[in-house]
Ligand binder design. Sequence first.
Ligand code: SF4
Length: 347
Amino acid sequence: MGNARSVLELTPEELALQLGELGEPAYRADQILHWVYKEGVLDFAEMTNLSKELRARLAAEYSIDSGREISRSGSAGGTLKLLLAWADGVTTECVMIPAGRRRTACVSTQVGCDVGCRFCASGLEGALRNLTVGEVLAQVLAVKNLLAPSGERVSNVVFMGMGEPLANYAVTVEATRRLNAEWGFGIGRRKITISTVGLPKQIRRLAREGLQATLALSLHAASEELRADLIPWARRLPMGELLGACRFYLEKTGREITLEYCLLSGVNDRKRDAADLARIARDLRAHVNLMMYNPVAKLPFARPSRAHAEDFLRDLRSRGVNVHLRESRGLEADAACGQLRRRGEKA
Ligand code: SF4
């Protein structure tokens, strides 16, 4: 821990180059990364196809900084949320979400978040720093090792934890490539979702990366005024520009966009909101994911009733929208995103 040379930060080429300086052949890098990404091994001592001397040397000069588990909380739906501490003491959360045969790792990209959505706990203190590529991959590794005893594996990854992934653009793109890489986790590109509050310039850039990841836009409000009120960053990101960038993503990648919409009672769940949302969804040929808000202490928002959420869903369907109401499996244990970290810090 704390060693700057965490192997999780390195590509096989980079690791091979460094091992070359120790007089080791290039294939040692593949062996080490195989242990880490395929076997979930976090201790060089367990890498039994390496000589004892090399294992000792690796332990002295490298780390596998996989985060230190501070706490774990589960919910009735089988969701598990981990709070991980990094070498400098900051903490972030990642979540394992089961759904049918899918096992999704939901990862954070920043410590805190600068977007400052008024209904979210993560935004209360802003972003302390970006996570590194290795720290993002370490979260998937943590979920992988969580599932291993039951013989299950991570099938999907969503960049939907703490932070705005496109504000940590290079790390998000590189982590996506390594999640997909044969030498990495080998997770299908289409099983990786990048969720963003919507930074038009970065969405256009992402469309050109050839990643084939799913783009999920955290819309949460379908009118310019309401969105600007709920999401402070939206004031700088005109809706027209944002939707233009989403259309570009759709045209360039052929990948359907998902619109995330968190229902806040009496705020964005009215008839006219459904009409505005349906217009945007149809225009983008997007799928809509509705979520029920999980109240955060001291924040002035409430969760709508299940019946009301279902009315909203039916309204959208009657307007020709492909929409689902997502169970809030991930968050009922600790209310909303970011709360677990805040609680852990106070403990
Ligand atoms: Fe940031 Fe997401 Fe929270 Fe908004 S909802 S403040 S984008 S973590």
